[in-house]
Every structure is written in C-alpha cells, then in structure tokens.
Write a protein that binds this ligand. Sequence first.
Ligand code: MF3
Ligand code: CO
Length: 254
Amino acid sequence: MIVLRSREEIDLIRAACRVVAEVLVRLREAVEPGVTTWDLDRMAEEWTRKAGAVPAFKGYAVAGRVYPSALCASINEEVVHGMPSPRRVLKEGDIIGLDFGVVRKGYYGDAAVTVGVGQVSAEADRLMQVTADSLSRGIEQMRLGNRIRDVSRAIQDHAESHGYGVVRAFVGHGIGQRLHEEPQVPNYVASGQNPRLKEGMVLAIEPMVCEGTWEVEVLDDGWTAVTLDRRLAAHFEHSVAVTPEGPEILTVAA
Ligand code: MF3
Ligand code: CO
C-alpha cells in the first residue's frame, strides 16, 4: 500500500528532511584529506541530536543484520552502505558518498551526495555530475499523470547516454513514517508494478551510477556494496513530494 501524505504530514517530513540536508551541507565542508569516516559519523550524529532528531540508519535492520552507524560513507568503488571506521582515512582524489537519514517526531528524511576529496580526476568529476543530473532528470518526471517508470526511465536514459551503468541491486523507495515504504523506485526500467504518481506521495529517489559495470557485490562485513569491477560509483538522493504544482524536493537546507 502506498500512503498519500496530508499537507501536515508533508510539513513534518520536510522538517526531518531539512535536518538531513543541513547535516549533509556541513559534512561536505568537513570532507578533506586526513579526515576519517568515523569522524564524519560522529559529527553527523552530534549535529542531528542537537537539531532535535535521531539518526535513522543506526540500529536499522535489513535481513536480520543491524546497521551500526548513523552515516553511510562509501569511498570510490564502494557504492552504498560503507560503514564508518577510524581506519578509513580520506585521501586527495577520493570520492565519497555520504548517505544520511533522520527521524523526527515519527517522520523520516533521507538524502545522499557524493563529493570529491580535494582535487579529483576529470573522470570522477564527470561521474558525479552525471549522477546528480540523473537524479534531477528523475525528479522532473514526478508529475501527476506520470508513473514510477517514467522516473526510472529518465534516470537510466541519462546515465546510460553517458556510457555509465545504473545499479539494479538497490532502489529508491517511499518514505514517511518508516525509512523504506512502498513503492520501490528502480533506477532502471524494470518490469512489474508501475503505480501512477498521486498527490501526497513522498519518494526517496537515489540513483547509484557506475563508471563500468552496474553489477555489485557485498563485502564480508555484510554491508559494504562495491562494484564488481572495482571502478568508481557515485550516489545522489533526495526525498521528494508529489504536489499538484510538481515535485517538491524536501531535503533542502533552510
Ligand atoms: N539511503 C539508504 C537507503 O535508503 C540508506 C540505508 S542504510 C541502512 O537504503 F543502514 F539504513 F540500511
Ligand atoms: Co534511501
């Protein structure tokens, strides 16, 4: 069942999303050579609690495994769900995906950005730009009269037109009173359910785009997803509401 949110509920989701966006703005300013992903995780949790919210990923269980951290920090060939560690030190030229969610007054927000550490290669820059643009193309399709697959197709077409692969193993999702709600939002044209977009739907759109193959594997830690060919991946995400006036991106800083 896809829940349609009232104006009041969207206000609550927006307030959670604002905390997410503000934490991500501050995290990207903190990214520099020498910083560990552990440091970033500590900052994210502290700023979130000061803002009156709670990190949403910490303690979240997927298939019986509990995620231990507030932040997902995925470096280079890591696609998503990189676990913060005091031993992961950022170095010049890395790219890092920062994926973060909070819950506030029972409502969730979820967003991600990928940023360069210092100066990065032109190839890395292009991958990040195309992934961010794929997210924008997908969001543009979140209009009444369209369906989920219109969003998926716009994301896939943009990424593939630049020669990149889109990850199949992880998808976007509805968000609201849980981190993951129906419907799923694939970043590629999939078969199966294709719901019509309705006023009050809130979706987390999150393309994961690869330089090479879109195939991924999960490392022995049970979480970290990496590209099978170990080439770079980038990830951008916004939580977005469908309104009669068009898409409203909720994960924006005040
Ligand atoms: N943004 C990611 C997602 O929607 C983050 C989830 S990490 C988890 O799946 F630990 F909470 F699973
Ligand atoms: Co998400």
